[in-house]
Design a protein around this ligand. Structure first.
Ligand code: ATP
Ligand code: MG
Length: 413
């Protein structure tokens, strides 16, 4: 026998027995995001590499270590590691700034990151997310967070923590970066290699480090004093205060987390994460924030924007397993042509129906019917002659015989 091939490490098949969960997530996304005025956008899975080095930022783990990049006719191409950069490219390329603002878009689909696979972390995974363009007011921040919370509620997930923080604007943040570098300088040699690299390029990202020895350094009183200080300027502070007021008005419970900096370079002002206590160490289901400079950075007009992305595998792992849906009916008969005709007739009326393609014994067919369907529709000699069908409710065992034209009506009862 030829050697069997396996799925790549960090990737998974989504099998038919699990597909109902995925449809549920996608349908609820369409339903809830539509209520908030978001329209779906589908951008390509491959983009030019430069989109991500410029868009996500070349000091991020994503761009430095995690991208799937290849060459094709002298172009460097990358499988998208996230979808904000792609949506922004499309927004600019399709002149969406000419539409009246806000422009509200949502998406779902596969993303690719070369990470160490573990529970809740894959190399091909799926995200569902939204982006809103054109509004600088904190109402936009509040509406986007509310959209996320209400999507999670619609899925049945109520028990989640919303964490928020403000990163300020480039101006006030630079002062903070300098103070952070200053206070961490004496510990530079004790920080992990990643943090040592980030120290110059992106000191804010140090706060995101998950290495224990680094975390201990951040707990030192003098470092905490800098982290906890209110570094953001007056304008950024009032944006943040207003956001919190809106969230309170809308009944969104949140906690403030000054260590929340997010892994991507493009954020400013509001950042947020939604976490679950039931996910172990990969506990974030959603991450998002404001990125007012990204559109301009990618060649568009200056346009404020904000969005979030959620990990769909992590959402599914929090939801109760859905059992596979049963067929509406299974036609049981040894008169194959009649069975075939009746099955097609019922399908054309919108029912999910099957019949036995191999004409097995009647009892075998009935056994199969009780496994896969809610009703058996029995078509024996008598029924055919009288133009009737017998309907057996496979959960309750009751059986009735009705005229054939009443069959669908009886199944709906
Ligand atoms: P994490 O800290 O878990 O690595 P992140 O900051 O890299 O998350 P984002 O880029 O903000 O994550 O993506 C948003 C969401 O996508 C995450 O909250 C998570 O639910 C999901 N996600 C990110 N990376 C993966 C992955 N490799 N496998 C599965 N889900 C992922
Ligand atoms: Mg990550």
């Amino acid at each position: 026998m030829a050697e069997k091939l396996k799925v790549l490490k960090g990737t998974k098949d989504i099998l038919p027995q699990d597909i109902d969960m995925w449809h549920f997530l996608e349908e609820k996304a369409n339903e809830v995001f539509s209520k908030y005025g978001f329209k779906e956008i589908r951008t390509p899975i491959i983009e030019v590499t430069e989109l991500f080095s410029r868009g996500v930022g070349d000091t991020t783990d994503i761009v430095n270590k995690e991208m799937y990049t290849f060459e094709k006719s002298d172009r460097s191409i990358t499988l998208r590691p996230e979808n904000t950069a792609g949506v922004v490219r499309s927004y600019i390329e399709n002149n969406m700034s000419r539409l009246s603002s806000p422009v509200k878009l949502w998406y779902h689909g596969p993303m690719f990151r070369y990470e160490r696979p573990q529970a809740g972390r894959q190399r091909q995974f799926h995200q569902v997310g939204v982006e809103m363009f054109g509004i600088k007011d904190p109402t936009a921040d509040a509406e986007v967070i509310l959209t996320a919370v209400n999507y999670l509620k619609a899925l049945g997930l109520n028990d989640l923590d919303v964490e928020i923080n403000s990163l300020g604007c480039p101006k006030c943040r630079n002062e903070f970066k300098d103070r952070l570098k200053e206070v961490l300088k004496p510990y530079l040699n004790e920080l992990c290699e990643d943090c040592q690299n980030r120290y110059e390029k992106n000191p804010l990202r140090l706060l995101d480090c998950k290495v224990e020895s680094c975390k201990e350094i951040f707990e030192k009183p003098e470092v905490q004093a800098v982290i906890k200080s209110d570094f953001i300027c007056e304008e950024c502070a009032s944006h943040y205060t207003e956001l919190k007021l809106y969230l309170e008005k809308m009944g969104v419970k949140y906690t403030e987390n000054k260590l929340l900096v997010r892994g991507l370079d493009y954020y400013n002002r509001t950042v947020f994460e939604i976490k679950s206590n039931n996910l172990g160490s990969q506990n974030a289901v959603a991450g998002g924030g404001r990125y007012d400079n990204l559109v301009e950075q990618l060649g568009g007009e200056p346009t404020p924007a904000i969005g979030f992305a959620m990990g769909m595998e992590r959402l599914i792992s929090l939801l109760p397993q859905k059992t596979s849906k049963k067929l509406d009916a299974y036609v049981v008969s040894n008169f194959q042509t009649d069975a075939f005709v009746l099955t097609e007739e019922l399908r054309s009326q919108g029912l999910e129906v099957e019949f036995d393609l191999t004409n097995k014994k009647f009892t075998k067919q009935l056994e199969k019917a009780s496994k896969v369907a809610k009703y058996a529709i029995i078509l024996g000699e008598d029924e055919i002659l009288k133009h009737q069908v017998s309907i057996k409710n496979l959960e309750e065992g009751k059986q009735i015989t009705v005229d054939r034209e009443n069959c669908v009506k009886m199944l709906e009862l």
